[in-house]
Design a protein around this ligand. Sequence first.
Ligand code: HEM
Length: 211
Amino acid sequence: MASSTLLTPSSGRSRFKTVLWMSLGLTALFVFITSEAFLVADYPMYHAYRLQVIADRHLLIPHTLCGVIALLVGPIQFSSRLRQRHLKFHRVLGRIYVGCVFIGSFTGIALASGRPGLPGTSMQAAAWIACTTAAFITARNRQIVHHRQWMIRSYAVTFTFVSSRVLNLWPRYWSHLGDTLSAVGVIAFTLVSLLAVDLGLNWRELTTRRA
Ligand code: HEM
């Protein structure tokens, strides 16, 4: 059989999905080690932030739990095979994801309140809630193509937790950004993530000309 027939659009797409999820998983693992594990181990550069995290633990525990659940549920929800075979499970997990996004957003805003990061965090939380609510409503309306697109946008915002921490170990990034740049950074990460998703969703229209 010719190799061109083996590489059908769907096999190309599933290979792309595999590579994408593997890259996201490895990036998340890198961030959990270099940011979260080092924070727990009291890495000297993070010491002052660690004290703040300990003081905020009543909000951070539900926030982190919900954030981690949202981060882990995403890849399961995007599995076409699981959706086709276990639709009920997909619906239950979907509701859990929505609940986690709402709790994660409001605890995130509460964590930032009274701090210079509040505008950036509020914008990030608003984008998280708006995309997730749109995904929920389109699912209820059986607009499955749009539901999938809104879920991808929602998960892109979920993933800003990881992407915005990739450079944490670099001292200049960690300590020289300052309050204003940090807030702008959170907004920029959110906007760039959403823009990247929409460029991806429109890739075919952007790269092929209609006959
Ligand atoms: C995957 C989703 C998320 C997870 C797992 C998560 C988890 C965490 C953790 C472990 C911390 C404390 C340690 C650290 O900063 O690394 C934290 C802090 C924080 N998170 Fe999240 N988070 C997520 C998404 C979000 C989102 C979308 C927002 C915006 C609403 C947000 C707002 C905050 C704020 C404001 C802080 C405190 C930062 C500070 O004190 O400077 N988080 N989060």
